[in-house]
Structures are given as structure tokens and as C-alpha cells.
Design a binder for this molecule. Structure first.
Ligand code: SF4
Length: 353
């Protein structure tokens, strides 16, 4: 099973919490040509793709024609497996009927829309350039265009967010027929404008209440909490992201993209100009040792409802102590909802044995 990720490192404006590699669009034609070259090179002897994901950044910044070129190149050089999943990330302000039509005609069958909040004050506090009206209009356009597998990204723990405002966002968002929801608590990373201004994480109690509300509303909407930060309807869990968590092979192309191929991890430097100059190298190869592979299996497996086989866990592990946060499913240990929320602590505890 092979998955392909194409990173599009362009955004109209940097969000105030963003620590990803993204910049104002420049050298778009050169970037597209470099990406096409990379696709042709790596696709030569590769197996057909199980998933293709165009993320960023804001892929729409590349323009419809260039996005079509990249999808066409992926199909021509890798080939697509039957029932393959093809996702494009979108942001509300750059979602248009014409873009959606172009994506649908290119075979895109899954969209992931960066909503983050449906409260204008919260959106502007974190430097998003779209409004609630643009977000709901984009969702309506997506469903009108006939897409049936649609995910939304949401954030909680935002400055000035309350239990009530988050409840309103969830209520309005989940009135759309979404098949998937990704929800992350705001991370305030050093070097971002939010951090520099002294913004700090919200009180743990409130964050816990927001998380509980999220889980409750997602459950009521028929979305299964299948990974720490992800909820999906039965049959609509992200196949692409599952490839990361199951440690099957994936190739990431573009600045800051990561790959995992036949037990070796690679990381491309976060430098767009360097990628344009040399799109054909996989950088910083690191062979994963057996001990690291086991650690990754535990760490990544416990992120999802697939969990990990008990046989992989350290013998000294006191399962009774973990009982409030875990459940046994046959011969596998999985985290429950409380365990998902405290996953850093629980997984750290397991790996420290
Ligand atoms: S849209 Fe995404 S990648 Fe672009 S600046 Fe905002 S958070 Fe960063």
C-alpha cells in the first residue's frame, strides 16, 4: 500500500498560531513544474496509489490548472488503485464553484475544509482571514457540487472561546452532512505571533469541558472517535491518515514533507526554493531500528481505536493502573475517551517501561 502526499506551501496570509511551512505565493509555475518532475521521478517504478493527499498551506493558491496538472501527473506516473481516496485541503476564502468543479472533474473524492471556528471574533483572534459567512458558504458550495465525503477542521482552546461559543460552532457545523471532523486544541508555539504577544493555553478545566462537549456532539452526529483528534462516520475514517498511523509506506513531496518507505524515514527541508532547485532528492534518511519500530507501533497504534496487541506491550506494564483510561478489545489495548484526552501522559507512561 502506497500513499502520496503533495505539500503546497502557499498561503495568502500567515495565521497567528501557524508553525507550518507556508509563505506568500511566489514562483508558482516553477513550483508546479518541480513537483511534476518529482512525481514523474518517484512514480516510475512505484506501485499504484491507495491514497493521494494535497495539503498545505493552501493548495488552492496553486490555481485550478496547476492542481489538475499535479493530479494528472500522479495518475499518469503512479496510477491509482481501485477505490483510492483523493483528498484536497481547502480554506473557505479560496473555495469557489469553479475550483470545486475542476477538482471533482479531476477525480478528487474527498475534501477537507479548514473551518476552525464559526465565531468571527475567534477567527480574527487567531488571524484566520475568513469569516463565519465564508465558511458556511464554502460548505454549502461543496455539497451543492456533489461532494459526499467532506471533512472539517476545527480548533478549541481559542482566545476568548467559551463553552457556549464552542457549542454554537459545533451545533451549526454539525448541521451539515459531514462525514469527518478533525478537532485540535490550539497549540501556542514559540516564535508565532500569538506566543510573542503573550497568549498562553487556556485553563485546563475549560479545555477539558470543551473536549467533552466536542466528543458528545460528535457522537450525537454519528461520528466515531477513531483517533485522538479525529472523528468519522463508519467507512469514512481518513484512509490517508490511517496509513501514517498504521506505518504503511508513504511518500511526501515538497518542502517540509516527510516520507516512510520500507522502514526508512525521510524529511525534506522546509525550504521552497531548495525544493524547486532539487525536487528529486529524499533527504535525511533514517533507518528505523527494531526497538524504534516497536515504540512507533505502540505510540501510533494507541492514537487510534485499533490500539495495540497486548503482546507488543512491556511485560512490566501494570494494566490495572491504566484501567480508567483504557479498554481491552480482544487481545488489543485501546485508549478510551479519557485516555485519548490524556494520551501524551498515558502513552508516555507506557513507553517509559
Ligand atoms: S492556512 Fe494553514 S498553513 Fe496557512 S497560515 Fe493558516 S494555519 Fe498555516
Amino acid at each position: 500500500m502506497l500513499s502520496l502526499y503533495l505539500h503546497i506551501p502557499y498561503c495568502k496570509q500567515k495565521c497567528r498560531y501557524c508553525a507550518f511551512h507556508s509563505a506568500f505565493p511566489c514562483k508558482i509555475e516553477e513550483y508546479t513544474a518541480a513537483m511534476e518532475q518529482a512525481i514523474a521521478h518517484f512514480g516510475k517504478e512505484a506501485e499504484p496509489l491507495a491514497t493521494l493527499y494535497l495539503g498545505g498551506g493552501t493548495p488552492a493558491m496553486l490555481g485550478e490548472q496547476n492542481l489538475k496538472r499535479l493530479i494528472f501527473a500522479a495518475k499518469a506516473h503512479f496510477g491509482f488503485r481501485e477505490n483510492m481516496e483523493m483528498t484536497v485541503e481547502l480554506n473557505p476564502e479560496s473555495t469557489t464553484p469553479s475550483l470545486l468543479k475542476a477538482l471533482r472533474e479531476s477525480g478528487v473524492n474527498r475534501l477537507s475544509l479548514g473551518i476552525q471556528s464559526l465565531q468571527d471574533e475567534e477567527l480574527s483572534a487567531i488571524g484566520r482571514i475568513h469569516t463565519k459567512a465564508q465558511a458556511t458558504a464554502a460548505l454549502s458550495m461543496i455539497f451543492e457540487e456533489g461532494f459526499t465525503n467532506v471533512s472539517a477542521d476545527l480548533m478549541y482552546g481559542l482566545p476568548a472561546q467559551t463553552l457556549e461559543s464552542f457549542g454554537q460552532t459545533l451545533h451549526e457545523l454539525l448541521s451539515f452532512p459531514l462525514t469527518h471532523l478533525s478537532a485540535y486544541s490550539l497549540q501556542i508555539e514559540e516564535g508565532t505571533p500569538l506566543y510573542e504577544e503573550g497568549c498562553r493555553p487556556m485553563e485546563e478545566d475549560l479545555e477539558e469541558q470543551l473536549h467533552d462537549l466536542l466528543c458528545q456532539k460528535a457522537r450525537e452526529a454519528g461520528l466515531i472517535h477513531y483517533e485522538i483528534s479525529n472523528f468519522g462516520k463508519e467507512g469514512f475514517f481518513s484512509k490517508h491518515n490511517m496509513a501514517y498511523w498504521r506505518r504503511t509506506d508513504y511518500l511526501g513531496l515538497g518542502p517540509s514533507a516527510h516520507s516512510f518507505l520500507k522502514g526508512v524515514r525521510y524529511a525534506t527541508p522546509a525550504d521552497t526554493m531548495a525544493f524547486i532547485k532539487d525536487p528529486l532528492s529524499l533527504h535525511q534518511p533514517r533507518q528505523i531500528s527494531d526497538a524504534e519500530a516497536l515504540e512507533e507501533q505502540i505510540l501510533l497504534g494507541l492514537r487510534t481505536i485499533e490500539g495495540v496487541p497486548l503482546s507488543l506491550l512491556p511485560k512490566e506494564l501494570n494494566l490495572a493502573r491504566l484501567q480508567p483510561f483504557t479498554a481491552l478489545c480482544g487481545d488489543r489495548l485501546i485508549l478510551n475517551e479519557k485516555g485519548f484526552r490524556l494520551s501524551n501522559y498515558i502513552i508516555g507512561e507506557i513507553l517509559s517501561k
